[in-house]
Design a protein around this ligand. Structure first.
Ligand code: XIL
Length: 359
């Protein structure tokens, strides 16, 4: 045997051992709760859910938390089965200037999810909001805009092909009065933009589940009626797999009485339903009574989803008050999530966990 081969044979096991050790150290490092995290009571939410019917519990992930905060990353990986990048996949973020694509934050979220075994909800391809200026203020003909939309869907879905469980293809297409919401899309392309977006999406990643996501359509009424009509037409063409109900609530408007019935009429069309952006905003400063009432709303929401057989995932819109869109979007309100801003469990967290574990 040549000497180099003998050396290699002797050295190889040591090298392998060192590699394994390094890997173990790295993953151990990842699983140490950061200095900014407090121990959470009980088993992780996703584990409780798995043992009691298999509901998938998800969260939106704020990009700064994901990038810089060990405790945030720790809780995200420990507690949740699905990650929705909160902003990173939106058009304004991925293509701020026309043709200049920036995938850094979206890649980071998708990589984190893969490393920690979370599924990803892609959010969102065609929406009236958080569009780049060049698109929002552009003067496109219908044919041009259609191509811009199709290219965007194909490019973004193509990049993450095979790595996204569900895509929010179209977001918030319906206005509160039950008409189509005015937008760049509906104004220029008319109502057909919805089916066209889904057709393009289906081709771009045939294995991804395709969702239409809506705000304020949790209750029976004009808005959900219109959504139902849209979903029925999409489903007839095999274009939609899931309907997302955002479920942004507060104490005045908690889980509506008709929510389960509403979700069931969608499920009856043969699609899954999901709660995609749940939070419960409190008027600040929030006291113990409000925190307890908030816990009740979260419990109701878990109960509704568990009562509807096709409600297979429940995603909260952020899991810590440290990163929540509520104070910015609803001045005077806050404290909307399960953990406080030091990542300590609030009554809402305990109620959520208890509701997941209920028989
Ligand atoms: C919000 C984000 O949470 C904020 O950080 C951002 O400034 C605005 O958008 N419906 C949606 C989400 O579908 O994308 C929105 O997210 C909240 C409402």
């Amino acid at each position: 045997m040549p000497r180099w081969l003998r050396r290699l044979l002797i050295a190889a096991p040591f090298a392998l051992f060192a590699l394994v050790l390094l890997g173990a150290l790295a993953s151990h490092h990842d699983s140490v709760r950061g200095p900014d995290a407090k121990p959470l009571p009980g088993p992780p939410l996703k584990q409780i859910a798995k043992a009691h019917g298999g509901l998938l519990v998800g969260t939106a992930a704020d990009e700064t938390g994901l990038r810089n905060e060990p405790g945030f990353r720790e809780d995200l990986a420990r507690e949740f089965a699905i990650l929705t990048p909160e902003n990173a996949m939106k058009w304004a973020f991925v293509e701020p200037e026309r043709g200049k694509l920036d995938w850094a934050a979206a890649d980071r979220a998708v990589d984190f999810a893969r490393r920690h075994g979370l599924a990803v909800r892609g959010h969102t391809l065609v929406w009236y909001s958080q569009l780049p200026g060049w698109l929002q203020d552009g003067t496109f003909s219908a044919a041009q805009l259609r191509k811009v939309m199709d290219d965007h869907i194909a490019t973004e879905m193509g990049r993450y092909k095979g790595r996204i469980r569900t895509w929010d293809v179209v977001n918030e297409a319906v206005a509160d009065d039950g008409t189509l919401r005015p937008s760049v899309w509906s104004d220029t392309l008319g109502p057909s933009f919805i089916a066209d977006a889904f057709t393009t999406a289906r081709k771009a990643d045939p294995k991804a589940r395709l969702a239409i996501n809506e705000i304020g359509a949790e209750t029976l009424g004009r808005k959900s009626d219109k959504l139902l009509e849209i979903v029925k037409a999409l489903k007839a063409r095999g274009l939609v797999d899931e309907v997302g109900f955002q479920s942004h609530f507060n104490l005045e408007h908690g889980v509506p009485k008709s929510m389960a019935e509403n979700l069931r009429r969608f499920a009856a069309l043969g699609v899954d339903v999901a709660i995609t952006e749940a939070d419960v905003a409190l008027r600040e400063p929030a006291g113990d009574d409000e925190l307890r009432a908030q816990a009740g709303v979260y419990r109701d929401l878990v109960d509704v989803c568990r009562a509807v057989p096709r409600c297979d995932s429940l995603t909260v819109w952020g899991f810590t008050d440290r990163h929540s869109w509520i104070p910015d979007s609803s001045p005077g309100y806050g404290s909307a999530t399960l953990l406080d801003d030091e990542l300590r469990a609030k009554p809402a967290y305990r109620a959520f966990a208890a509701a997941l574990a209920a028989p």
